[in-house]
Design a protein around this ligand. Structure first.
Ligand code: F6P
Length: 323
């Protein structure tokens, strides 16, 4: 049984990180394990930024977005020298076990760290982009998707009132998860994602037909990683196609990273946090917790990769019939 576990949040923040930290502290407390928080991600680990965590530290954080430990994207941890410095911090603190809450890059780094220095590590996937293999869903995705959907709803109100056309850009790095889901849930008239190449003629054909039929507003959602180059470029292109229209362009940006986590994210984060502590308590290491078919499963950290939205026949059918 571990005596101490370090917990770290690495990479871009997401709603639900605090819920996960809370679950880790509670589960560890149950086993009599001390928890040490690492501040500022891997940079903080290399610089020895540790803080003791207890039930009081995590008492009222479940509903808060962001991470009380702060986070960072670290270039130095990608090097062996950087990981050596990080290892020294843990050795000095007498810590052999760690839980890393991160995206694909942070989790791959955790795998190297465990293999090089013998630490026992369990990873937990988090990213609004939902692009980590080994899990169907990552912490933060549900909240980001709902935030984007609510933004679409709000834009729809004003767009309807004025019968305007809007292009809305959502985050996702080079994955189309948020755009696909928020677009479907928000009843978009077009969804542009990196996993498909946009047939511009077909899209403008549909938009022209709806526009001439006076169907009120038109909303086009574009993923930031789409090959079209983003909302601004599409807006300019649509302005050429519809010269009489004032096309609205809205980039949702970091609004999608903040805010209170949804119930689904709080519960997922809590499940992952407890599962990670239980795994370390059972002597498991070098694994990432994931959710597959509603169940918690583990895969080797060494196998973690970036994934894309799989446009299954059913997902394609929804695009065909609902846009
Ligand atoms: O990976 C999460 C994410 O929010 C991406 O969707 C986006 O491309 C990127 O991070 C933005 O990063 P930054 O906050 O460094 O601008």
């Amino acid at each position: 049984m571990p005596q101490k576990i370090a917990v770290i949040t690495s990479g871009g923040d997401v709603p639900g990180l605090n819920a996960c930290i809370r679950a880790i502290v509670h589960a560890a407390h149950h086993h009599g394990i001390e928890v040490t928080g690492v501040r500022h991600g891997y940079d903080g680990l290399m610089n020895g930024e540790l803080q003791t965590m207890n039930l009081d530290t995590v008492h009222d954080i479940m509903q808060r977005g962001g991470t009380i430990l702060h986070s960072a994207r670290s270039k130095e941890f990608e090097t062996q020298v950087g990981r050596q410095r990080a290892a020294q911090t843990l050795r000095d603190a007498g810590i052999e076990h760690m839980i890393v809450i991160g995206g694909d890059g942070s989790l791959t780094g955790a795998g190297y760290f465990a293999a090089e220095h013998g630490f026992k590590i369990i990873g937990i996937p988090k990213t609004i982009d939902n692009d980590v293999s080994g899990t169907e869903v990552c912490i933060g995705y549900d909240t980001a998707m709902n935030t984007a959907m609510q933004a679409l709803d709000r834009i729809r109100d004003t767009a309807d009132s004025h019968e305007r056309m809007f292009v809305i850009e959502v985050m996702g790095r080079d994955s189309g998860y948020i755009a696909y889901a928020a677009g479907l849930a928000g009843g978009a008239d077009g969804i542009l994602i990196p996993e498909t190449t946009t047939d511009w003629q077909a899209l403008t054909g549909v938009l022209k037909a709806r526009h001439s039929g006076r169907r009120g507003s038109l909303l086009i959602v574009v993923a930031e990683g789409d090959e079209s180059g983003g909302a601004q470029k599409i807006g300019e292109r649509l302005t050429r196609e519809f010269p009489e229209e004032k096309i609205g362009v809205c980039v949702l940006g970091h609004t999608q990273r903040g805010g209170a986590p949804t119930a689904a994210d709080r519960i997922l984060a809590s499940r992952f946090g407890v599962a990670a502590v239980e795994a370390l308590a059972a002597g498991r290491t070098g694994l990432m917790a994931g959710l597959v078919g509603g169940e918690i499963v583990f895969c080797p950290l060494a196998d973690v990769k970036r994934k894309h939205l799989d446009l299954t026949a059913e997902r394609q059918k929804l695009l065909e019939l609902l846009l």
